[in-house]
Design a protein around this ligand. Structure first.
Ligand code: PMP
Length: 362
């Protein structure tokens, strides 16, 4: 294996080494076609097999029910912030948004352009350190939908149980924890995620949508921004990001080979625990941002006791080969993103580094 960095980037982030190796092997000549996957028609049988294979694998891994569409779109999760209300926030209706961080705020900002927004719950006053309890969440039976962010990439919090919104569709931005743990898709109206954390390289956006919602779609919007355009054309209405879809398919094979979502979740729990344990046993030298029961297994956010020492920590960590440990530019501090493809050894190495740094600076 060539030397790989300890990559804790928040996204784009680490991809499985095996997947990169396959991509490298297949780059110049994909399945004896004499060309790379990027150079062939998206209408060719070869590409279609890759495309449909990725859809089928995702269906299988998540046991996605038949009455759900799996769509591959573009524009990132950020375009979904706008497409969802544009399509489903009908005139006179309200959508309820649960605010748990900056990405939820961005989703609200877009939705306000299209209709009435209610706050179903917000943890802003607590500096987004926690996920609201199910009892705190309010919505109305005639809401167009309820929206939440399953994992808050910047603040490092993650939902463990989701609210049951009954007949009101639950919409979830799962950009930063999709494919990290089993999820009962049938509890959701829409799940969406940009690919660049657990799914593959940036460029593809996965949308899993209950088919009956398409009937309520707004008709007076541009073709490309209507979900039915993509659903009716198997996400091949226009040229899709072919390389990204190929990589997504390979990442899904990797998840299958790892033993599926249950095994991946177990690995993620063990990996995150290596770092959280150091924080918890540091007598306050490291301080976790998230409240314990809201902690994310994907993004571990923490601070070092004093700011000078924190700068030193980040500089020394960088020199020691740890990449991406700076917190998001809007909040500062430190953040280790331990997505699916970050190996256990990298988390162990970071945990060891943190212990040593504390010993040297106390
Ligand atoms: N939602 C969440 C939870 C995110 O972490 C991100 C990106 N970091 C986004 C949305 C925005 O995604 P994109 O860059 O794909 O638009």
């Amino acid at each position: 294996m060539t030397k790989r960095a300890y990559n804790f980037n928040a996204g784009p982030s680490a991809l499985p080494y095996e997947v990169l190796e396959t991509a490298q092997k297949e780059l110049l000549d994909f399945q004896n076609t004499g060309m790379s996957i990027m150079e062939m028609s998206h209408r060719s049988a070869t590409f279609e097999e890759v495309h449909n294979g990725a859809i089928e694998r995702l269906r299988k891994i998540y046991s996605i029910p038949e009455n759900y569409e799996v769509l591959f779109l573009q524009g990132g999760a950020s375009l979904q912030f706008a497409m969802i209300p544009m399509n489903f926030l009908q005139e006179g209706k309200t959508a309820s948004y649960i605010q748990t961080g900056s990405w939820s705020e961005k989703a609200v900002k877009e939705a306000k352009l299209f209709g009435n927004i209610a706050t179903a719950a917000s943890t802003k006053e607590n500096k987004y350190r926690n996920i609201p309890s199910i009892q705190e969440i309010t919505w109305n039976e005639d809401d167009a939908y309820v929206h939440l962010t399953s994992n808050n990439t910047i603040f490092g919090t993650q939902w463990k149980v989701f609210p049951d919104t009954g007949n009101v569709p639950l919409v979830a931005d799962m950009s930063s924890d999709i494919l990290s743990t089993p999820v009962d898709v049938s509890k959701f109206g829409i799940i969406y995620a940009g690919a660049q954390k657990n799914l593959g390289p940036s460029g593809v956006t996965v949308v899993i949508m209950r088919k009956d919602l398409l009937e309520k779609e707004n008709q007076n919007i541009p073709t490309m921004l209507k979900y039915s355009t993509h659903a009716d054309n198997n996400s091949l209405y226009n040229t899709p990001p072919t390389f990204g879809i190929y990589m997504l398919g390979e990442v899904l094979k990797w998840v299958e080979n790892k033993g599926g979502l249950e095994q991946v979740a177990k690995n993620n729990e063990e990996k995150a625990a290596l770092i959280y344990n150091v924080i918890d046993q540091s007598n306050g030298f490291y301080k976790g941002h998230a409240e314990k029961d809201s902690r994310s297994l994907m993004n571990i956010t923490f601070r070092v006791t004093d700011e000078e020492l924190e700068k030193k920590f980040l500089a020394e960590a960088k020199a020691a080969g740890f990449v991406g440990l700076n917190g998001h530019r809007s909040v500062g501090g430190c953040r280790a993103s331990a997505y699916n493809a970050v190996p256990r050894e990298a988390c162990q190495a970071l945990a060891d580094f943190m212990v040593k740094f504390q010993q040297d600076h106390q």
